[in-house]
Every structure is written in C-alpha cells, then in structure tokens.
Design a binder for this molecule. Sequence first.
Ligand SMILES: Cc1ncc(COP(=O)(O)O)c(C=O)c1O
Length: 379
Amino acid sequence: MTVTSVNVPFVDFSEQHQPIQTEIDRAIQTVVQQGNFILGQDLEQFETAFAAACGVDYAVGVGSGTDAIALGLQAAKIGAGDEVLVPANTFIATVIGIIAVGATPILVDCDPDTALIDLEAASKLVSDRTKAIIVVHLYGQMVSPQALQDFAQSHNLLIFEDAAQAHLAHREGKTAGSLGIGAAFSFYPSKNLGAFGDGGIFITSDPEMARRVKAARNYGTSQKYVYTELGTNSRLDNLQAAILNVKLPHLKSWNTSRNQAAQEYDRAFETLENKGIIPLKNYCGMGHIYHLYVVRIRPEFGKNRDTVQAQLKEKGIQTGIHYPIPCHLQPAYSFLGYQKGDFPHAEALAADILSLPMFPGLTPEQVKTVVEGISVISI
Ligand SMILES: Cc1ncc(COP(=O)(O)O)c(C=O)c1O
C-alpha cells in the first residue's frame, strides 16, 4: 500500500494554536489547579463575552451544538404536534434536535447557488401546525436576515438559527444568532471557533428562554435539588470555556483570513468556471466566514466529483463532502416518508459538491496547488 504524504491538509490548526499555545496552557493549568471544572467562572466569562460578540443579551454554554438546538427548541415550547421547517441539506444534527423535542421536521429544498434554504419552497410547506423555521447558515454564509424575517412574520413563525458553522458571520448589518428566538453554535474542534473537545452554546435576547435553557442543561435545576424544567446533563466544561476565552478574541481575524483565502480561490477558479468548477456564491462579502469553501463539479468538467476527490487525494490534497447524503435519504429517517427526487437541488448538490482545504493561514501557494491540482484532472 502506498501512503501519500499530505501536500495541502483539509484543516491545519497550527496557525491558530501556535501563537496562543502558552496562554492556553496557562488557562488549562489554572482550571486544573483550582479544580474548577463544572459551571465555573471561566464559563460565565465566556458566556458574557460570546453573547456580546453576537449582539445578544444571553448565552448558555452546553455540551454540544446538537444539545443547543434541542434545548433551545424545548425552551421555545416546541414539541409533539408541531412542525418545524428545516433545510434537507443540513448536517443531521439540526434534524436530530427537532426530533429530540418530539416535533416533526418538514424538510425544505435549497438554492442551488448557495446551498441555503429556499424560502419560496418553504412557504409552500407551511401548514397550521408549523410553529418555527430553523435556518442553517451553511458553510458560514448567513441566510438573508430581511428575507427570513419577512417570511417568518408573514407566516407567524418563530425563527431559530442553527449557527453551528457561522460564528460571527454577518449580513445586512446583522450577526448570526441574533435574528430570532434563539440560536445554536457548535464548538466542535474544526469549527471556526473550536474547543479541544465537544461543546456548544445557546444564545438569545429573551430572558425567559435563557433561564429555561440554563435550568435544562443542569438537570432542570433552578435551585439545588429543585427541578422546575425537564432537564438533562449538558454543560459546557469550564476547561473548554477557559480555552475558548483565549481563542475568542482571535476569531474575527481568523474569519478574515478564511475569507481572504476564499477570495484567492474565487479568483483562481474564475478562469476555470467555464470548465465546470463552480464555487458556491457569496452574497455576504466579508460577512461570509467560510467555515467551508465548497465548489460544485458540474458535468462539463468531464470528471465526476468522486474521481476529482480521489485524484486530489493521490496528490496529497485533502478534501471533504458536506454532505454526501441529504437528510431525507438517510436510512434512520425513512419514517419521515420522503423519497429520492423530493428535493432535487439538495440531491444534485450532494452528488457534485466538494469542500476544499480551508483554515486560517491557508496560503496563496496552497490555494494555487489545490486549483492547479483540480485543473489538470479535467485533461
Ligand atoms: C450545521 C450544524 N448543525 C449542528 C451541528 C452539531 O454540533 P455538534 O457537533 O457540536 O453537536 C453541526 C456540527 O457538527 C453543524 O455543522
């Protein structure tokens, strides 16, 4: 077996972690020395700072982005009998959150140029049981706040944001997570703001929503051994919060670095566009934080996505697919009753999207290596 050495990795943390390694080590040591592991002051400090960064009043650290969705929906009193609109091409956790509270996900197709939820398609799926829409700011690009708020208002729906891929993304003067009743973020290590393990946060400007999630993450406790909410154990570790406190001040510049690398890709692909490599469109300018840089490999290219991915791998260029199977075609969710063909855009994207290396510090030379690596495949 030949092992190809990595030429351009999909993610490289060194640019992020090396300059702050000493500070992170110190933060970890302090938590360990103080034995301050659960619901400590680092968590409180992080919650205050993260809420302020997103322009909302409250943040509640939880165990994962998935839990932030489920606990947020529970706090909004969404449950059995309610329908929630959600994109078909999201990461499965968005759907898991809806099912966790006993509500029914109503899947919606996407815009093929951006992979974001198609609000026109969503409007045709609203029923008298529809209570909310969860938008996913997929790949780091926000759904238009104005279009979303107009949509929600005209159908009398709550807005919930899955901002797991959109830390500090912005559009039309609004920041991701500030548009509706609440929002969920993930701190999975490879996210734009990543912990050293699992973690998530729920944010809101509604004090009652914040109070409920705060109780629910801690067994439903409002006062020791008094349980006023249905709860679980899902707290963001104080140790993770201490690490995130060191990283948060750098997030904006890391996002800018990603955006610059994306512009570099865009420029390089302009010459290839008529050959069938089509980057997804950016309608947010610098507000797109490029958690992922995704291109479509159209039939005109002459080689399909899987071939391109395999050949790039041989050249030591790592890529990903986010995501190869849309939610409605996942085996565990067949009970929802969807079939192949129900969401043509989501299905077409699943077949031809490819996520290219993207991380803060990705150099123009690395971008060039990736784009040249792709361009010679068509020949
Ligand atoms: C869009 C989206 N939603 C939800 C999640 C779930 O977050 P977590 O992995 O922290 O549970 C993720 C990330 O994994 C995600 O990308």
